[in-house]
Write a new protein. Sequence first.
Length: 239
Amino acid sequence: MDSSARPHCLAGRFIVFEGGDSTGKSTHLRLLAKRLRAERCVDLPGRPGLVVTREPGGTELGAQIRQLLLHGGQVAASAEALLYAADRAQHVAQVLRPALARGDLVISDRYLDSSIAYQAEGRGLDEGVIREVNAVATGGLEPDLTILLDISAGAATARRDRPGAARDRLESAGSAFHADVNRRYRELAAVNPERYVVISTADSKDAVHERVWAAVRPLVSVLGPATRAPGESRTEVAG
Ligand code: TYD
C-alpha cells in the first residue's frame, strides 16, 4: 500500500471485498462490520473508526456515476471503463485517503481489481491501459487485504436468474462474460497471494463469515485485545 496514506503506525487498514455478481459480497461486508463492532475492534475510544463504503457509488458524485453505469442507456466499453475510473478517483480522494490518514479501518465493496476483471477481461479492453487509467485514479493506493468471494459458474447463474431478481446492465451481460470475470479474479488472487484470501461461497453463510473473520482478525489484532468493562457481556453477531 502507498505509504503516503500511512504517516505513522496508527494509520488505517484497507480491506476490499471482490467477486463476481451475486456472490453475497454485501451480506458478508455487513456481517463483518457487525462483527468488528461486536468484538470491540472499532468505533470506541482508542480504537480506529470504521468506514464501510463501495464502488461504484461511495461518494455523491459516484452515486450519479453508478446510476449512469448500471441503470442508464447504452454505454460503450471504453466509456464504461473511464466512468468506473472516475468514480474511483473521487472515492480515493474524498473517502479512502482521508479515512486511512485518520487511522480508520476501511472496508470497500469492490475496488481496482473489479476493473481488471470486468473491463479488461470481461469487456476485452487492454489491461495495460485500464491499469494506467486507474493509476491516475488511485495514485497507487492498494488494499492491505482483498477477500475474493468465489462462486461456481452454476451457482452464479442460478442466483442471477432467480425469479423476481431485477438485473442491472452488468448483470445482464451473459454467462460467458461472468465466467471470464470469475476466472480473472482467481488469476489475480493467484498472482497476489500476499494480499488475497479466496473464500468459496459454496458453504453456509455462517461458515463463510467465519472464514472472512479469520482473514481479517490478524489485521485488527495488532491493535491489542479489546477491553471489556467488568461484568459486560459480549454482543453476539446476528445474521
Ligand atoms: P455491485 O454493486 O458490487 O454489484 P453486485 O452486488 O451485483 O456485485 O457492483 C455493480 C456492478 O459494477 C457489478 O456488476 C460490477 C460492476 N463493476 C465493474 O464492472 N467495474 C468496476 O470497476 C466496478 C467497481 C464494478
